[in-house]
Design a protein around this ligand. Structure first.
Ligand code: ADP
Length: 243
């Protein structure tokens, strides 16, 4: 965020890729893409593509991480070296460690972890292409992969990023908007329960803008939530929506 964008981010109310402020990029999803995983999903938000793989519940290893009366959720978010314009070192960065933690916290409230004492559920998120909003795309992918694995869940989670270009609140930041916009607010929504399980913010926001951001996040989450459910019903069939 910050710095001067090489191109204007908003011209006559339209964004660099032609979207209106409230438009989400096209979403694609597919489940069951990795036969050896307990559950898996491939999710695209525009050119951002994330693969999620779930293993478990299985005996928690190393043993000292096991808890006697509940299961442990572990999440590893990683950007593939080829996911960005310039090769990214495969070693985990501080950013990846932080994102792993917030994605885990966005998912924990919906999983019945108490049904799996001494066990771990391991979620691996591999960003295959990064074009902004990778953490929220990861949340949607992880939620789908967990549901695909059959782990009991209270509901599905949808990630949506909200941003600011000048004073305009926009939905689903691409990389240019993320890097040069004036605000970034990733939000995870548990749609049917009206819960927010993740909300972070960069930039400065008025209270009215925050309220607008939450409203836009729920509006954008609705079709994505429906698509998650439809994708899970029609396993192996690819779904795509354009908002
Ligand atoms: P998010 O991907 O959730 O929006 P950030 O705001 O940290 O998370 O990153 C914004 C975007 O910047 C990413 O989606 C990605 O396109 C790009 N990016 C992040 N880290 C790197 C990196 N190490 N090299 C190149 N681009 C990166």
């Amino acid at each position: 965020m910050g710095g001067k964008s090489p191109v204007p981010l908003l011209v006559d109310g339209k964004r660099v890729d032609g979207r209106l402020p409230e438009d989400h990029r096209p979403v694609t999803m597919r489940v069951g893409v990795l036969p050896n995983a307990s559950g898996s999903a491939l999710v695209g938000y525009g050119n951002t593509v994330v693969l999620a793989a779930v293993y478990g519940p299985r005996e928690a290893m190393p043993r000292h991480i096991a808890l006697p009366d509940t299961g442990v959720l572990r999440v590893r978010y990683h950007m593939a070296p080829f996911s960005t314009d310039e090769r990214k070192s495969p070693a985990p960065t501080r950013r990846e460690i932080e994102i792993s933690k917030v994605v885990r916290q966005a998912l924990e409230p919906v999983i019945f972890l108490e049904q799996f004492p001494k066990s771990s559920i391991d979620v691996f998120l591999e960003v295959l292409q990064a074009d902004g909003s990778t953490r929220v795309t990861s949340i949607t992918a992880a939620s789908l992969a967990l549901a695909d694995s059959g782990i009991p869940m209270r509901d599905l989670v949808v990630g949506v990023s909200i941003g600011k270009i000048g004073d305009t609140v926009v939905v689903d930041l691409n990389k240019l908007e993320d890097n040069y916009g004036d605000g970034d607010m990733p939000i995870a929504v548990v749609y049917r329960r009206s819960w927010i399980t993740l909300m972070q913010a960069d930039g400065s926001w008025t209270v009215d803008e925050v309220k607008k951001a939450i409203g836009l996040a729920f509006r954008a989450a609705e079709p994505i939530y429906k698509m998650e459910r439809d994708t899970l019903k029609g396993r192996y069939s690819e779904q795509a929506i354009v908002s």
